[in-house]
Design a protein around this ligand. Structure first.
Ligand code: ADP
Ligand code: MG
Length: 351
């Protein structure tokens, strides 16, 4: 299960760079009105009329951000797009176009790159973005993939990290920790597989976790949902590095403190049970796990009634004045300072 099954293998050199670009991008035809010219010229041409343009880019490097031992290339392509779209949604924008640049070594046959591009194509279809260009080059070592996403928003709709006010509520979409625990399960299976290549892992009970790791979904739905509810967040960020470090970003940019409550942090039951199995604290995982691609935002207390009871949204705490610091309030009612990687448990935690 850890090998990408490739029956036929075509060497990259058979196509050459331009042949490869044509081959990989032949199915990418632009759908959006704002895409005037996509792939095929020296540059793409876009027309956003009076909207503001949002741009975000990420670079994924083999061995650093992904491991092809358990990451199928199709999923990698999909995930590389999600990581970027998530940043556009975190600005409260609509994602519209992406560019995709790759550096590949000869060890990848053309069929492997077809898989990668199948994932990119699927993501662009589901999320309604046009692939408008990129760059292709060779690499002497691993695979690298860089995606740049563009998006649009009305000036007054854009949400920055620095707009939170003291007493605003901290709201989270979805649940946390699953992507990180999915990675732990995959890493464990990789070790088992190395020791015994014939082992057939039974991963059924981990489906949700593995999906969250290998095929994350960016929260395209939250911007429109908040618009429907007539709520404009005062600040927003996506959860790529773990709740703790994202809260710290919002606090630092907005010059505030925050209290979050351990009992409010939304966890899927699968995360709770796998954390018991691995003997790890599930709160720790939610705070520092990362790669959940949920959104964290602040709203005025006046808007609480509008979001109350929404199944996608959980209030996990509130902002405070800066001098009050950033804390996790535990189930045992202890106040522990938040640090970038989880919390500062200088005082012993008892629960
Ligand atoms: P240039 O020589 O100007 O860099 P290229 O030959 O690299 O042009 O690219 C030709 C066209 O193909 C351009 O529109 C470019 O954006 C697009 N392109 C190149 N590589 C990729 C890729 N990996 N994925 C998508 N589009 C690509
Ligand atoms: Mg080029």
């Amino acid at each position: 299960m850890f090998e990408n099954s490739q029956e036929s293998k075509t060497n990259l050199s058979e196509l050459g760079e331009f042949g490869l670009i044509d081959h990989l991008t032949k199915n990418f035809s632009p759908k959006l009105e704002s895409t005037i010219k996509a792939i095929g010229d020296d540059a793409a041409v876009l027309n956003f009329e009076n909207k503001q343009t949002i741009v975000s880019t990420d670079l994924l490097v083999e061995g650093v951000h992904f491991d092809l031992a358990y990451m199928p290339l199709k999923h990698l392509g999909y995930k590389a797009v999600m990581v970027n779209l998530s940043d556009i949604y975190a600005m409260n924008g609509t994602a519209t176009q992406i560019t995709v640049s790759i550096a590949v070594s000869n060890r990848f046959p053309v069929q492997a790159l077809e898989e990668l591009y199948a994932g990119i194509q699927l993501a662009s279809k589901i999320y309604n973005v046009d692939v408008i260009g990129g760059d292709t080059t060779s690499s002497t070592s691993g695979l690298m993939i860089s995606v740049t996403a563009l998006g649009i928003a009305e000036k007054e709709d854009i949400v920055y990290r620095d707009g939170a006010k003291a007493n605003d509520l901290l709201v989270l979409t979805g649940d946390l920790g699953a992507a990180y625990m999915g990675l732990q399960v995959l890493e464990r299976e990789k070790e088992v597989f190395k020791a015994n290549p014939n082992s057939q892992p039974d991963l059924d009970q981990y489906t949700y976790l593995i999906e969250r790791q290998l095929k994350p979904e960016a929260r395209k739905d939250i911007g429109p949902l908040l618009k429907d509810l007539e709520v404009k967040p005062t600040s927003m960020i996506d959860i790529s590095d773990g709740l703790s470090s994202e809260i710290i970003h919002l606090c630092k940019k907005s010059k505030l403190g925050a209290n979050i409550f351990e009992e409010k942090i939304p966890l899927d039951p699968a995360v709770i049970s796998v954390c018991e199995e691995f003997e790890i604290d599930s709160t720790m995982i939610a705070l520092s796990g990362g790669e959940d691609y949920e959104l964290l935002f602040t709203i005025s207390q006046d808007d609480y009634d509008k979001i109350k009871g929404n199944p996608h949204l959980t209030v996990i705490g509130h902002m405070t004045e800066e001098n009050e610091g950033m804390h996790l309030v535990t189930r045992a009612n202890q106040k522990l300072p938040l640090i970038a990687r989880g919390w500062n448990s200088m005082e012993n935690r008892e629960d």
